[in-house]
Design a protein around this ligand. Structure first.
Ligand SMILES: NC(=O)c1ccc[n+]([C@@H]2O[C@H](COP(=O)([O-])OP(=O)(O)OC[C@H]3O[C@@H](n4cnc5c(N)ncnc54)[C@H](OP(=O)(O)O)[C@@H]3O)[C@@H](O)[C@H]2O)c1
Length: 424
């Protein structure tokens, strides 16, 4: 029987983010001695494995899997025997993959919290509507589904590490780092996600269009004084002068790390999330929304059921194809205000990433890069035992120092700036 190797990782998904994470695992063969790439379309896994094999000591195998079915994933885990599973498919598969990890005995790691594919499912809808009323935000995704697995992971002696992308992920680790080294109390957190890149298309999304458009067309919300405040989509706009990128308009969005940071950062009074958007993107999105193209509910078309947003995805440029044509930089980070040694303090921790440099290194644009690198680092924390635990955890619950060191080492160096411009 195949023996479990603490340096063996099963990666599910082979899209934009996974491709970067897999490149990075292959650069880090001491930690990732063996990886399996398993996805819905095996030919993509085979093509990537063939490209990387000559350049790495990591032993790569591939498999076909439909991760909507927990039993298929469990069978794969049982035969490959990895120490952990890195889920880089879609948030729709989170729960099935967690079930499989429990059944077959592997740690679980992801970059995005659970959201159902079918938001018309009456069973899910009932729970969702009760949550909207109780918590006061109406995004389709929230952590409750995965936090409910805590006891099962504890009982199985396994760890689930949630949200190790950039945001959530690095932004949450920045917060743990600020809390550990810069503040006695953090009072406010503004997470700023700026993409100053230009791909030359009138409209394209930088990662999976379905997930991206669902996120940005939803109402915005923020956490203030112990409660959620929800506002209409794109109704709060600010301008910010981003280091190395310049002045950009940004809009307040609901974002998943607000939920976990509100729980895990004691005494925090306000958490907001802003993302930059150009006017062309917003005009296209509004138009698509007005004509019903962002809908997730199936419609009948010429005798066939189609989901409008999935049809739109088929028309839009594949995010993976944006790499060669995207120029410019991203700047993603967090502004913290609070108290240190009785005095008020404000800092901004951020990373700047250059689209073309990412492309030269791993043939991807910076959005996939800034998510794929932290996905590899999260998996490294689990495989090396730098982070250990039994249960379900968000990344800010662990010691940030080894992760922050790894960001510097693996391509996402960060800067701490004292007294930055703040957001009104
Ligand atoms: N935290 C962050 O900062 C952050 C930022 C961006 C993205 N993300 C998350 O990263 C994840 C990947 O995003 P992406 O842009 O790489 O998406 P993507 O390019 O669409 O890739 C998704 C991959 O998952 C595979 N897949 C989909 N359904 C599957 C199923 N049922 N079984 C097996 N494989 C399946 C797809 O296979 P096919 O090739 O057959 O379609 C594809 O290879 C998403 O969860 C996204 O929300 C997180």
């Amino acid at each position: 029987m195949n023996k479990k190797n603490p340096k063996r990782l099963l990666i599910i998904g082979c899209g934009g983010v996974a491709s970067v994470a897999i490149h990075k695992c292959c650069q880090n063969s001491d930690v990732f001695e063996e990886i399996m790439i398993a996805s819905r379309t095996k030919s993509k896994c085979d093509a990537l494995a063939a490209k990387l094999a000559p350049m790495t000591k990591t032993v790569i195998t591939t498999a076909q899997v439909n991760a909507d079915h927990a039993e298929e994933v469990a069978e794969l885990i049982a035969s490959y025997r990895p120490a952990a599973v890195l889920n880089l498919a879609l948030p729709y598969q989170d729960l099935a993959i967690m079930d499989a990890c429990l059944e077959a005995g592997a740690h679980y790691i992801d970059t995005a919290n659970y959201e159902p594919e079918d938001t018309d499912d009456p069973q899910w809808r009932e729970i969702y509507e009760e949550r909207c009323k109780r918590l006061g935000f109406s995004a389709y995704f929230d952590y409750s589904w995965q936090w409910d697995y805590r006891e099962s992971f504890e009982n199985a002696g396994l760890m689930a590490l949630l949200g190790t992308g950039f945001d959530p992920g690095v932004t949450s680790v920045f917060t743990a780092y600020a809390q550990k080294h810069y503040f006695d109390e953090i009072h406010t957190i503004d997470i700023l996600d700026c993409n100053g890149g230009d791909h030359g298309y009138p409209f394209a999304t930088n990662f999976n269009p379905e997930i991206n458009l669902r996120e940005v067309s939803a109402p915005g919300s923020y956490w203030e004084n112990g409660a959620w405040v929800e506002v209409p989509p794109m109704s709060i706009k600010r301008e910010y002068d981003f280091p190395e990128v310049g002045r950009k308009d940004m809009y307040l969005l609901h974002h998943e790390e607000i939920e976990s940071l509100a729980k895990n950062i004691p005494g925090v009074q306000r958490i907001r999330f802003f993302m930059t958007f150009g006017q062309s993107y917003l005009t296209h999105m509004k138009c698509l929304e007005n004509v019903g193209m962002l809908s997730t509910s199936p419609i009948e078309f010429q005798g066939q059921q189609i989901v409008p947003i999935q049809f739109l995805k088929a028309l839009l440029p594949d995010p993976a194809s944006l790499g060669p044509r995207t120029v410019g930089k991203t700047n993603i980070g967090c502004i913290y205000t609070g108290i240190k040694d009785g005095k008020e303090r404000t800092i901004y921790i951020y990373n700047v990433c250059d689209h073309q440099e990412c492309y030269r290194e791993v043939e991807s644009q910076a959005i996939s890069y800034t998510t794929g690198v932290p996905a590899m680092i999260g998996a490294m924390m689990v495989l090396t035992g730098a982070w250990q635990g039994e249960g379900v955890f968000n990344v800010e619950e662990f010691d940030p120092d080894p992760y922050m060191d790894a960001l510097n080492q693996w391509g996402l160096p960060w800067v701490v700036c004292e007294n930055p411009q703040t957001v009104e």
